[in-house]
Design a protein around this ligand. Structure first.
Ligand code: ZN
Length: 97
């Protein structure tokens, strides 16, 4: 039995080469790329702060005792004094300013 009868034509190198023929474009010279003046004048400045290191804490999961109550653990909403967003405080803040 010939091994070619056991292999599909899509596994052949010639089929693979014909699939990518004409799709891959040659790399352009970077000097030939025209960048608009608006983009060239724009300054991109990184944020003043970085995210703190380490894994961020997940939200607290209420215990079974708190589950039956009227969500007293959600009465006071924490607001961050750093970024002014809710549901975390300054210590846990990971938002860049
Ligand atoms: Zn914050």
């Amino acid at each position: 039995m010939s091994y070619t009868s056991l292999v599909g034509s899509w596994y052949k190198t010639s089929t693979w080469a014909s699939t990518y023929q004409g799709v891959i474009n040659p790399e352009m010279d970077s000097n030939e790329i025209e960048i608009p003046a608006e983009v060239m004048e724009r300054q991109l400045i990184p944020p003043h702060t970085k995210r703190p290191s380490g894994r961020p804490r997940e939200m607290r999961i209420p215990s079974t005792v708190e589950f039956g109550k009227k969500k007293t653990w959600q009465v006071k909403v924490n607001r961050c004094s750093r970024c002014k967003r809710t549901r975390h405080n300054r210590v846990r803040c990971g938002n860049p300013i």
